[in-house]
Design a protein around this ligand. Structure first.
Ligand SMILES: NC(=O)c1ccc[n+]([C@@H]2O[C@H](COP(=O)([O-])OP(=O)(O)OC[C@H]3O[C@@H](n4cnc5c(N)ncnc54)[C@H](O)[C@@H]3O)[C@@H](O)[C@H]2O)c1
Length: 364
């Protein structure tokens, strides 16, 4: 199969969809891989690295789309790519269709086969192509939070690990899923005192089993949240109710109960955020302050660490790229049902109920 990897052109996106190692693997199976020149630079891979692995480097995005039966990407195509997409071309990437009617319209019109990373779903409901990005965001949440706790950037001036003779900082984590566990692990590693709240007792039992004793768990209730926000320095929002907007666990009125310089990191910002005062921010301007409380609400946290994020993402996508290339999309999606659940729009037909629900008028 001819497989193409364009350079990501979405603002601030430095990840790339295939590493030279992935190219090597595909070429070994007899496939042709076309990479747009400089596509890997932001993730630390040179054109020479790709050539050595067996890729053909092409000078333009137009050439990559024109040569390829399957396009592998990181982010959804943006409007300038729409006219380049060919009928029956496979597009394998993050789409998040329900959040963009214009993208949905464009992909229906393209008659391409759109397989979305975010809906590839295992039988147990887990989302294997989303997990690594949650892992990155969870670990980053503590790194960012620790930085913004510094006084010059308006934080409380607390060192999370403390020092001998001075107690450590306190970190409150709302949600003990993938993001929450990784955040707890990082915070505990720094020596912080960590409190993790969730409504799922299985998750709390898991945390209790694997974490050191300075990580404590409690059931998530309004009462407990109100009690803890008063004496924690860094609060991480990491809740998710699948398919729904994040619950608002900290209201605007509750900010006055926190100490000035407390830092809120809302990782759940991409689902609307779990603090009432959350609004999405960017890596250029990641924070804002309300009532002396620092808010960090970057919606694409993994984009700031493309060296790590590209490897983490391609570790999980490559096996599916190989299946699609070796078997063709129809056989691959039939033999691997989790991949089949990634089919969102196929040759103009919408396959996913959530997209149909989101844009009823569009599809009527
Ligand atoms: N900002 C970013 O760059 C970025 C990157 C990756 C993931 N995310 C987002 O982070 C969020 C968490 O992702 P995840 O992979 O950890 O999800 P997950 O499903 O693994 O975990 C979510 C947890 O929230 C818990 N929860 C639900 N309601 C709760 C409540 N009222 N109180 C406490 N806990 C509650 C659930 O029981 C679950 O354990 C999602 O919104 C995801 O989209 C953001």
């Amino acid at each position: 199969m001819n497989i193409g990897v364009p350079k990501e052109i979405k603002n601030n996106e430095s990840r790339v969809a295939l590493t030279p190692g992935g190219v090597f693997e595909l070429v070994n199976y007899g496939h042709h891989v076309y990479i747009q020149e400089t596509a890997g630079i932001g993730s630390g891979f040179s054109d020479e690295d790709y050539r050595e692995a067996g890729a053909v480097m092409l000078p333009s995005i137009e050439a990559v789309y024109a040569m390829s039966e399957m396009i592998v990407k990181v982010k959804e195509p943006i409007p300038q790519e729409y006219p380049l997409i060919k009928r029956n071309q496979i597009l394998f990437t993050y789409f998040h269709f329900a959040s963009s009617e214009s993208l949905t319209r464009a992909m229906i019109a393209s008659k391409a086969v759109c397989i979305a990373y975010e809906t590839v779903r295992d039988d147990d409901g887990s989302l294997p192509l989303l997990t690594p990005m949650s892992e990155v965001a969870g670990r980053m949440a503590i790194q960012q939070g620790a930085k913004y706790l510094e006084k010059p950037i308006k934080g409380r001036g607390v060192l999370l690990g403390g020092v001998p003779g001075v107690p450590p900082g306190r970190v409150l984590i709302l949600g003990a899923g993938v993001v929450g566990v990784q955040a707890a692990k990082m915070a505990a590693g720094l020596g912080a005192h960590v409190t993790v709240l969730d409504i799922n007792m299985k998750r709390l039992r898991y945390i209790n089993d694997i974490m050191p004793p300075h990580v404590i768990t409690e059931f998530s209730s309004v009462y407990n949240i109100k009690r803890h926000i008063k004496n924690h320095d860094l609060i991480i929002g990491a809740v998710l109710i699948p398919g729904a907007k994040a619950p608002r666990l900290i209201t605007r009125a509750m900010l006055k109960d926190m100490r000035p310089g407390t830092v809120l990191v809302d990782v759940a910002v991409d689902q609307g955020g779990c603090f009432e005062t959350t609004r999405p921010t960017t890596h250029e301007d990641p924070t804002y302050i309300i009532n002396d409380i620092v808010h960090y609400c970057v919606a694409n946290m993994p984009g700031a660490v493309p060296y790590t994020s590209t490897l983490a993402l391609t570790n999980v996508t490559l096996p599916y790229v190989l299946k699609l290339a070796n078997l063709g999309w129809e056989t691959a999606c039939a033999e691997y049902p989790e991949l089949g659940r990634g089919l969102n729009i196929v040759k103009g037909e919408v396959m996913v109920e959530e997209i149909r629900d989101a844009f009823e008028s569009l599809l009527a």
